[in-house]
Write a protein that binds this ligand. Structure first.
Ligand code: SAM
Length: 278
């Protein structure tokens, strides 16, 4: 018997992939957690029925959410990741020599445990007790309320704006992010699909630009996510990501998507996206 798994991306659209087996299915205090082995995407993490990451294309999302903001800051030393329980983002963050400490606040311990067990190539930095990593299991919203003038870069590697991630897409949260950053700090958040989440992209852009003097949206092509094109948004207090010194980007990171030209060109937006955030 063939097994197929569908993520309903909108009310009228789904992404369906054939799967070999379900490796894990459980329910945490926050969400339904599953790992499935698919034929096209390899192993995939699924939260509340939504595909989060896959072995096939995870490198695109994780390289782009980590390296673009970290190369937009001239000397990132202290970094905070909110969410990111699969470990892919921190794997990329700790490649940066300048990083002294990477804190990660993930709400769901089950996500971390399951990814350590079933997705070792993504969670490698979580498995190795990395000396620069401090992992806390807790709510990123609460963590941010208490933080002040602490971080050079904050990476909001969150799930969709439903369930525990909902409050991470609000102006109140961005106000706390602003407060938690150092005077020249910047933050990035994954901000969903420019095709299917247009109202959200618009609202977030307004909220972030009402607080941060510099705001830049950039794009990456990610097969797993709705529409295949994904938005990321940087809010920055001082540095303009489009003017970053790209000569600092080493050829030794072993990245498969990110490089000097991607760092420069990812901020180039199609007209319909420019229209959205005008
Ligand atoms: N790449 C993914 C995507 O965009 O689909 C996101 C990956 S990562 C698995 C998202 C993580 O954010 C999840 O593990 C989830 O538990 C975590 N998360 C959601 N709300 C959170 C909160 N309030 N504080 C900390 N972590 C949160």
């Amino acid at each position: 018997m063939e097994l197929w798994y569908t993520e309903f991306q909108t009310k009228n659209l789904g992404l369906t992939t054939r799967i070999k087996e379900t490796l894990f299915a459980g329910k945490s205090k926050f969400q339904e957690v599953a790992v499935v082995e698919s034929l096209e995407f390899g192993r995939m993490l699924v939260l509340d029925g939504v595909f989060q990451t896959s072995v096939f294309d995870e490198f695109i999302y994780h390289e782009m959410i980590a390296h673009v903001p970290l190369f937009s800051h001239p000397n990132p030393r202290k970094v905070l990741i909110i969410g990111g329980g699969d470990g892919g983002t921190v794997r990329e963050v700790v490649k940066h020599q300048s990083i002294e400490k990477a804190e990660m606040v993930e709400i769901d311990g089950m996500v971390v445990d399951v990814c350590k067990k079933y997705l070792p190539e993504i969670s490698i930095a979580l498995n190795g007790n990395h000396p620069k990593l401090e992992l806390k299991i807790g709510d990123g919203i609460k963590h941010m309320q208490q933080a002040e003038n602490l971080y050079d870069v904050i990476i909001v590697d969150c799930s969709d704006p439903i369930g525990p991630g909902e409050g991470l897409f609000t102006r109140a949260f961005y106000k706390d992010v602003y407060k938690a950053l150092k005077p020249d700090g910047l933050f990035v958040q994954q901000t969903e699909s420019p095709f299917y989440h247009q109202e959200l992209v618009k609202r977030l852009h307004q909220d972030i630009s009402s607080l941060f003097p510099i705001i830049r949206l950039y794009l990456a092509s990610i097969p797993l996510y709705p529409g295949g094109l994904h938005c990321f948004t940087i809010g920055s207090k001082q540095y303009d990501p489009t003017e970053a010194d790209v000569s600092r980007i080493p050829a030794t990171f072993g990245t498969r998507y990110h490089n000097v030209n991607i760092q420069k060109s990812c901020f180039a937006l199609p007209n319909f996206v420019q229209e959205l955030i005008k």
